[in-house]
Design a binder for this molecule. Structure first.
Ligand code: ATP
Ligand code: MG
Ligand code: MG
Length: 528
């Protein structure tokens, strides 16, 4: 072999998902390994479902993942050549125009145990076939009235080889070729020929195309293509608690279950980007799961592991209070603010330190106080002392309640000797909690996620994916972040002490508003 040339061939009928990322990594990295090339080719042979919006989104996603194609191609660029090769097939007696309806054709195709029946059109003369095919192209027939079929073997044990359809009639507008064509090639015909035209050496596709490989080889041989690419199949990626097909994902978008293809709960590349996943994490995940010949389902927690690994040393570690409770430190001088030092990443000294304000009023997490705690609760309760991260020890003196009996404020005292970094060691406390200084705190929304779709295993296999939508997939909290984060912009990533990794939402932030998407919590019950 002279050169390894691969291609990534998406149909522009939706946005790419994490399953596509596996195929992208495989194709691009395979070529890279052998100093070859990879084309991005849009498999745009089905005009009804395709759109330029998708063409653009797909390019953006491939680039964002960190790959650069050698050439950008469209199967529709080859329509004329594909047509001419079909004429060649007819002339060789290898293709014919068939008048059966789709139902009749299905019926006559036979089964695994029964051979198919021949179509009456199968014995048409070459002249008649050439004439009919030209008239199909000229628009003389309605959708579905006729098709062009390969003349192979109606008795083949491989049903794919029983005179498959090569062209169908569709009077619809194509996003690139407009109304130039009203016949469109089928995937099984367009794909091998497109590969051959581009000089692809390795045509990598998913396992369900294994049965189509003889047809792939047949088309290339019978159409007398100069180059002979080969098809190789690998297992598609499936992940727990999600659906992974553009058709289903589009349904979620169209029915308003999510707020678009890039909703942070979606397994799309754009959704994962908005959620805060990095290209590095996605690529590492794809590499780790490897390439297999049998289908399996990968645990979603596996993916989460890779984003934690990627952000661990990169993300600024700061404090955010998601469900705030006001604390007044009664013995701290009124009107005074001091600046405390905090390391930006305890595991990566190079990230330096920052200064955070501290004063008489702070916010803590509502969950970090309990009036009547169970044993082993080491956070705040009346009379208990805890450490405020980067600051002082405080002791809860009193819980102030509203008329409904709900705790709305805590009154605490602090011990100035316990300042963080002072070396204080006279007594120890068991709990450390985070906080944000109240007067300078920056309000923010925090979006917390659970899986969008629940697995059949937990929900019953009789339920469609739309019936398995998790009602708790999104929860929004309104709280505060440290003042130094007021200028954070879309895509900035942080580790919030105890809460996990978050990314600034690029759509819902700006103009004085900050919204954070939780990418992943700090720990999972499962870390491979
Ligand atoms: P979908 O059903 O999501 O539309 P598809 O296979 O029809 O998937 P294409 O746009 O044709 O989508 O896919 C482009 C490439 O990505 C193909 O080579 C396909 O095999 C591969 N691919 C699609 N889904 C997966 C997956 N889940 N895992 C691995 N590769 C995939
Ligand atoms: Mg496809
Ligand atoms: Mg598809």
């Amino acid at each position: 072999m002279q050169e390894v040339v691969t291609r990534f061939p998406p149909e522009p009928n939706g946005y790419l998902h994490i399953g596509h990322a596996k195929s992208i990594c495989l194709n691009f990295e395979l070529a890279d390994e052998f100093k070859g090339k990879t084309n991005l080719r849009f498999d745009d042979t089905n005009p009804v479902k395709e759109d330029t919006e998708y063409v653009e989104a797909i390019q953006e996603d491939v680039r964002w993942l960190g790959f650069d194609w050698d050439e950008l191609r469209f199967a529709s660029d080859y329509f004329e050549e594909l047509y001419n090769r079909a004429v060649l097939l007819i002339k060789k007696g290898k293709a014919y125009v068939c008048d059966l309806t789709a139902d009749e054709m299905r019926e006559m195709r036979g089964t695994l145990t029964e051979p198919g029946k021949e179509s009456p059109g199968r014995n048409r003369s070459v002249e008649e076939n050439l004439d009919l095919f030209a008239r199909m192209r000229a628009g003389e027939f309605k959708d579905g009235e006729r098709v062009l079929r390969a003349k192979i073997d109606m008795g083949s044990p491989n049903i794919t080889m029983r005179d498959p359809v090569l062209y169908r009639i569709s009077h619809s507008h194509h996003h690139r070729t407009g109304d130039a064509w009203c016949i469109y090639p089928m995937y099984d015909y367009a794909h091998p020929l497109s590969d051959a035209i581009e000089g692809i050496s390795h045509s990598v596709c998913t396992l369900e195309f294994e049965d189509h490989r003889p047809l792939y080889d047949w088309a290339i041989a019978e159409c007398e293509m100069e180059s002979t690419p080969r098809q190789y199949e690998f297992a598609r990626l499936n992940i727990t608690n999600t659906v992974m097909s553009k058709r289903y994902l589009k349904q979620l978008v169209d029915e308003g279950v999510v707020d678009g293809w890039d909703d942070p709960r979606m397994p799309t590349i754009s959704g994962m980007r908005r959620r805060g996943y990095t290209p590095e994490a996605i690529r590492a995940f794809c590499r780790e799961i490897g390439v297999a010949k049998s289908n399996s389902v990968v645990d979603e927690r596996n993916l989460e592991h890779f984003i934690r690994e990627d952000l661990k040393l990169k993300a600024l570690r700061t404090m955010a209070v998601l469900r705030p409770l006001k604390v007044v430190i009664t013995n701290y001088p009124e009107g005074q603010t001091e600046l405390l030092e905090a390391e930006n990443n305890a595991e990566n000294e190079e990230m330096g330190i920052r200064q955070i304000p501290f004063s008489r009023e702070i916010y803590i997490e509502r969950d970090d106080f309990m009036e009547n705690p169970p044993s082993k609760y080491f956070r705040l309760f009346p009379g208990n002392e805890v450490r405020l991260k980067h600051a002082y020890f405080i002791t809860c003196q009193e819980a102030v309640k509203d008329e409904n009996g709900e705790v709305v404020e805590l009154r605490c005292t602090y011990d100035p000797k316990t300042k963080s970094g002072s070396g204080f060691s006279e007594r120890k406390v068991k709990g450390t909690i985070h906080w944000v200084e109240a007067s300078q705190a920056v309000p923010a929304d925090f979006r917390l996620y659970e899986p969008l779709i629940l697995d059949e295993a937990s929900q019953g296999s009789d339920k469609s994916f739309l019936e398995r939508i998790n009602p708790n997939s999104l929860q929004v909290e309104q709280g505060y972040v440290e003042p130094n984060m007021k200028d954070a912009v879309g895509g900035d990533k942080f580790q919030f002490f105890r809460h996990g990794y978050f990314s600034v939402d690029s759509k819902d932030s700006g103009g004085g508003k900050l919204a954070f998407n939780r990418i992943v919590s700090l720990k999972s019950s499962f870390d491979p």
